[in-house]
Ligand binder design. Structure first.
Ligand code: NCD
Length: 318
């Protein structure tokens, strides 16, 4: 790693954006850029993870994140095992720590975990001998999503994202994507705004280093990028919005509201989308506006980069 990318990446795990230094982030993004090249991605160096085992342990549903880790691991030569909770002993009452002990006995080199409890991946990282990657923990963090979003932005705006004005809109309170993205985009010098109804903006958001807006018209003004988030109904107890229809009226992104942003502004969404709730199909499916497909492409590339970096860091201390 040190020889190919100039900076000695020493992190054993990928648990949160806050654990990384700026040079760590640059290493991961440049590796992601390397794997964006389809020729490299389709016929990569399969010795990078050869002989290593990657376990995907998902306690919550996932399409893109789980599949992209699976593809990334296989392309780099790892043996990949997918464990979903529906088919595991967790359903029979096993605790997280017992699951960890069982997994540890199987010696996975990398464990990718998604869990509805904030901090679950960090707990597993203390108990396991391999590397742990946080694929989303509760409302806390989703670091690989933030990294793939930054990689996507670099493809459009170039390497230096400094000064870009980015609005993250919608259900911020329940969003781990928002928490990871705010930290990473701030680190990269962007001007980050949060836009949403007061019920969906966390009360401590004024300490996140962002500007908070409660209406789309002022919130989107001058924005280069509008990142929409899903209403995370599964994390809500009680009603946070009067109705989906009313929510779309005030906060759903359609062409009319997009005119509040800069001319040529780009639209992002981590998926899965609720069409007609936080975003109109018309905007989501317009390839001139929407970066949503590119986000999925960047997801595979950045996860190859992350697995590569973690594996090299571990080999260095072995
Ligand atoms: C996000 C997640 O799981 O936090 N999705 C994803 O990873 N692509 C966002 C969401 O579920 O709305």
């Amino acid at each position: 790693m040190a020889s190919s990318y100039g900076y000695p990446f020493k992190q054993q795990h990928c648990l949160s954006i806050s654990q990384f230094s700026r040079p760590d982030i640059e290493t991961l993004l440049s590796l992601g850029e390397h794997y964006l090249d389809l020729d490299v991605q389709k016929s990569p160096d399969r010795t990078i993870l050869a002989g290593k085992t990657l376990v995907n342990l998902f306690f919550e549903n996932s399409t893109r994140t789980q599949k992209s880790f699976e593809i990334a691991g296989r392309r780099l030569g790892a043996d990949v095992i997918n464990m979903s909770v529906a088919g595991s002993s967790v359903k029979k009452g096993e605790t997280l720590l017992d699951t960890a002990a069982t997994l540890n006995a199987m010696n996975p080199d990398i464990l990718v975990v998604r869990h509805n409890a904030s901090g679950a991946p960090a707990l597993l990282a203390q108990k396991l001998s391999g590397s742990v990657v946080n694929a989303g923990d509760g409302m806390h963090e989703h670091p690989t999503q933030a990294l793939l979003d930054a990689l996507t932005l670099r493809r459009v705006f170039g390497e230096d994202l400094g000064g870009l004005r980015i609005a993250i809109c919608g259900d911020i309170t329940h969003s781990r994507v928002a928490r990871s993205n705010v930290q990473l985009l701030n680190m990269l010098g962007c001007e980050v705004r949060l836009v949403g109804p007061p019920t969906l903006i966390p009360s401590d958001a004024d300490r996140w280093g962002v500007d908070v807006f409660h209406d789309m018209e002022t919130g989107l003004e001058g924005c280069d990028v509008v990142m929409m988030l899903r209403l995370q109904l599964e994390r809500m107890s009680g009603a946070f919005v009067p109705s989906k229809r009313e929510y779309f009226h005030f906060y759903g992104l359609d062409r009319a509201k997009l005119t509040y942003a800069k001319d040529g502004a780009k639209v992002m969404h981590p998926g899965p989308m609720n069409r007609g709730v936080e975003i109109s199909s018309d905007v989501a499916d317009d390839p001139h506006l929407s970066l949503i497909t590119q986000q999925v492409e960047s997801g595979v590339a950045i996860r190859m980069g992350i697995l590569h970096a973690l594996s090299d860091a571990r080999d260095d201390i072995a």
